[in-house]
Design a protein around this ligand. Structure first.
Ligand code: SAM
Length: 347
């Protein structure tokens, strides 16, 4: 049965669905967006930083390899959450030629739910002739080795709930009108005391997007590196100060759409609340090594120097392409400012 039919049947029966449950269904249930579609690239719905330029992964690669050499220098787990087409991993792998023992001592794990992307990832890994790679459908490990965990545009996929304050706090639910065959929002007064207490910290702006999935996953990552040592690098678009508008967005074919369009066929994401994640890491007494925007991280870790080396012997035409990619990564109007790097270490 097609996904739209399934969700309308659920809504007919349940009358209303919490927004996070609705998103979860459209992104992660059988034959939904993230289990069956390849969303990345020009032919897909969006382009990510590693897909824009090899320099993005190379800068992260050098950072990770230096961390490993300085603090671990032993067998470890290299874990990527949501590797997409494996482009970021490929660039890190190529960079690891500067320190071969890094890859030789790594047990590599990819956390991925998308069958189409897993197939692409396996083809890429075969080309690299790597044997020590495992796929997991969720983050789970009983390894006691230290870990380096990283992700780009993973946490923004995870479902959220939306709340706003007027005379009371309201939560947005999804309903379905059978006669008109349309979905719409229904805003319901929040009565749950615990939830109202949690919402108090958002009183100033009266807007909140809360993702339990993000917090629980990040807590698990933190617990893991507290116990076994290691590093987390999380890159996503997000914010630290309270939002004044909802950030949920949907995209199809590189164009913004509405959440009730193209059911199950379009990307749904939202900005990550980094203050929440930083508080979680602090609660585990972890070291917040850095929280900054993408422009700041890439430039202070050698992006400009890398660009100069890359363009040195190229034709004017090809130089232009690299310079254009460089500018997209650091643009203060877009990716350079909206994307944030959070780096957390147990050491
Ligand atoms: C926006 S894409 C980013 C891909 C890649 N990191 C990049 O930057 O090009 C999100 C990736 O995470 C995967 N993904 C999303 N939600 C997931 C989940 N809950 N569990 C496992 N994988 C997930 C997607 O299939 C995809 O590979």
């Amino acid at each position: 049965m097609e996904l739209r039919k399934k969700i309308t049947n659920i809504l007919k029966e349940k009358k209303k669905l919490r927004l996070d449950k609705f998103i979860d269904f459209l992104l992660y249930k059988n034959n939904s967006y993230y289990t069956s579609k390849n969303p990345i690239g020009k032919k897909g719905d969006f382009v990510t930083s590693p897909e824009i330029s090899q320099m993005f992964g190379e800068i992260i690669g050098v950072y990770i390899i230096n961390y490993w050499k300085n603090y671990l220098n032993s067998k470890f787990n290299l874990i990527e959450l949501g590797p997409g087409r494996c482009t970021l991993f490929n660039d890190i792998f190529r960079t690891s030629k500067i320190e071969r023992s890094f890859i030789n001592l790594a047990d590599i794990f990819f956390v991925e739910k998308n069958d189409k992307l897993i197939k692409i990832q396996k083809e890429n890994i075969n080309k690299l002739k790597l044997k020590n790679v495992k796929w997991l459908s969720e983050f789970k490990t009983n390894s006691s080795n230290p870990s380096i965990i990283y992700s780009n545009e993973f946490f923004d996929c995870l479902p959220i709930r939306q709340f706003y304050q007027k005379d009371n706090w309201y939560e947005k639910f999804v309903i379905y009108n059978n006669q008109k065959d349309i979905f719409s929002f229904k805003d319901i007064v929040v009565k749950n005391k615990k939830l109202l207490n949690n919402l108090e910290k958002y009183n100033k702006t009266g807007i909140a997007e809360i993702s339990k999935e993000r917090s629980v996953l990040f807590e698990n990552l933190c617990k893991h590196i507290v116990k076994n040592k290691g590093l987390i690098i999380l890159v996503d678009y997000g914010y630290h100060t309270p939002i004044k508008n909802f950030t949920l967005q949907t995209i199809l074919n590189h164009k913004k759409t509405h959440i009730f369009d193209n059911i199950g066929n379009q990307d749904i994401s939202s900005y990550v609340d980094f203050s929440e994640l930083i508080n979680i890491a602090k609660g585990f007494d972890l070291n917040i090594v850095n929280y900054c925007d993408q422009n700041n991280f890439l430039l202070s870790n050698g992006l400009n120097q890398r660009k100069k080396i890359l363009i040195k012997e190229l034709t004017k035409e090809k130089q232009k392409i690299i310079i254009n990619e460089y500018e997209r990564l650091i643009s203060k109007q877009n990716m350079g400012k909206n994307f944030k790097f959070l780096i957390v270490s147990s050491i």
